[in-house]
Design a protein around this ligand. Structure first.
Ligand code: PLP
Length: 472
């Protein structure tokens, strides 16, 4: 990638020599990416992300069909679910195919739903939260028997299980470089020859007139390099499967009532382990693991803008609470046995209560009495854009999340400290660090200010943003 940035800076669409050199890189990269999924170059469109590719297929098919129904699953990635919701608001009929408790489509139900009004089947190959793998080959056959095209989001599958678009029989498929150790900001859309597709971004003639905008050549070249690197995948996956088995058996030893939501058979990705720890708030355990440099996430994208429990875990039958007790461990081919043992050690110590405790304040606790008590000290660690979207809790003290350690001298030891963030996932990171630094009465607001706003809409309206102090 750096070679491309340094030496191949010509615009692939221009005519001069430098530009043609860039066009060659683009061509070569396209061939490598196409070959990786057993496609041909003409069937590949590079995009800015898989989210864009997902939007492009679904909206293109919907815009150009005289049918009204799209079949999908309730466990798709947000870039599919939200696109479908959007189309639903425009009058399309979105039907979610029933799934079983492992997340697999119930084939007999699927067959019943395929009708003359269905324009597209949209089903991910492997799920990002639980790793469940769908039988895309069978679903393709069934969809095609009714002349319905099928689109598979293959983002999580590539690099972990074989992806051959011909064997799978899909008409459209999406991919993302950063899921196979490539760069962020580049996706790929496979469109089977002769299948219809229309531009999503209009303007230029790039990507066979289908995706306007100068190509991100270094990213595309990086995507191709990442594709080359997954060629010896099967060997690595055997190791990952063994690691997954070991990790799960150790989790059961440490926490016998743990719920493993990821399939432990051939229908589960070898690298994804979703665990629900009964009685343990996932934000808390994630914060502790984060402190020990172990990067995991909640079942759902634990972003700062939302505190919704994972729609995937709920769709496979977990309650809201169980979903909020879930942690997703994703391994890569570089994850060592030592990494796993280290992670298990930290989890074990956490479960045995060997780390300094932190309080968990449910939103309901933060009533007027609590908020206006002289003993309460609210520490707001939100990002500036969160503060633009949602007002602050009255009497709070704002500090930046990344540099909060600079402000330690100003944070009192004799008060009850409640660290707050937008959705409830950043605050425990700060609260845990404060506890490690000797703060005895420290905790975080579960579900964040979003949850508190829902619990106390009137207090939010009346006192939100009042008496906020920015620590300097
Ligand atoms: N689809 C799935 C299954 C994913 O896991 C992701 C990323 O997390 C995406 C789509 C979106 O990919 P990108 O980040 O390239 O938009």
């Amino acid at each position: 990638m750096s070679r491309v940035l340094k030496s191949f800076f010509g615009n692939p669409s221009s005519l001069y020599k430098k530009a043609v050199e860039s066009a060659v890189i683009l061509d070569e990269s396209r061939l490598v990416c196409a070959t990786t999924i057993h496609a041909i170059s003409q069937e590949i469109i590079f995009t800015g992300s898989a989210s864009e590719a997902n939007n492009m297929v679904i909206k293109s098919v919907a815009d150009n069909s005289n049918k009204k129904r799209i079949l999908s699953t309730p466990i798709e990635h947000a870039s599919v679910i939200k696109t479908l919701e959007y189309l639903g608001s425009k009058g399309f009929e979105i039907v979610f195919i029933p799934i079983d408790s492992t997340g697999r489509i119930i084939v007999s139900e699927f067959e019943k739903l395929l009708d003359d009004n269905t324009m597209l089947v949209c089903c991910m190959y492997a799920n990002n939260e639980t790793g469940v793998i769908q039988d895309i080959q069978l679903l393709s056959k069934l969809a095609h028997s009714k002349n319905i095209p099928i689109f598979a989001d293959c983002v999580q599958a590539l690099g972990k299980i074989p992806v051959d678009v011909n064997e799978l029989g899909v008409d459209y498929a999406s991919f993302s470089a950063h899921k196979i150790n490539g760069p962020k900001g580049v996706g790929m859309l496979y469109v089977r020859s002769n299948m219809p597709i229309h531009p999503f971004i209009h303007g230029g003639h790039q990507e066979h007139e289908l995706r306007a905008g100068t190509e991100s050549l270094h990213n595309i070249a990086g995507f191709a390099e990442a594709c080359k690197a997954i060629q010896n995948m099967p060997l690595k996956m055997t190791k990952l499967s063994k690691q997954k088995e070991f990790f799960i058996s150790e989790i059961y030893r440490i926490k016998p009532d743990a719920i493993i939501t990821s399939p432990q058979n051939d229908f589960g990705l070898p690298n994804t382990i979703n665990v629900s720890f009964p009685g343990i708030n996932n934000a808390h355990i994630i914060a502790v693991l984060n402190f020990f440099n172990i990067s995991v996430s909640a079942g759902s994208a634990c972003n700062t803008q939302s505190n919704d429990p994972s729609h995937v875990l709920k769709a496979v039958g977990l309650t809201d609470q169980q979903a909020r007790e879930s942690v997703r461990f994703s391994m890569s081919s570089q994850t060592s046995w030592g990494d796993l043992r280290y992670t298990l050690q930290v989890i074990s110590k956490f479960i045995q209560g060997k780390f300094p405790p932190i309080e968990m304040y449910e939103p309901k606790i933060l009533n007027e009495d609590f908020l206006f008590s002289a003993d309460t000290y609210i520490l707001d660690v939100r990002f500036w854009y969160d503060r633009v979207l949602v007002k602050g809790i009255p009497n709070s003290n704002e500090i930046p999340f990344f540099t909060f350690k600079k402000f330690l001298k100003q944070i009192p030891h004799d008060k009850q400290i409640v660290v707050v963030c937008q959705g409830g996932y950043n605050a425990p990171i700060v609260a845990f660090e404060l506890a490690l630094r000797g703060y005895k009465r420290v905790g975080f607001l579960t579900l964040g200010i979003l949850g508190w706003k829902q619990s106390y809409p009137l207090i939010y309206e009346k006192y939100g943003n009042q008496n906020i102090k920015k620590l300097k």
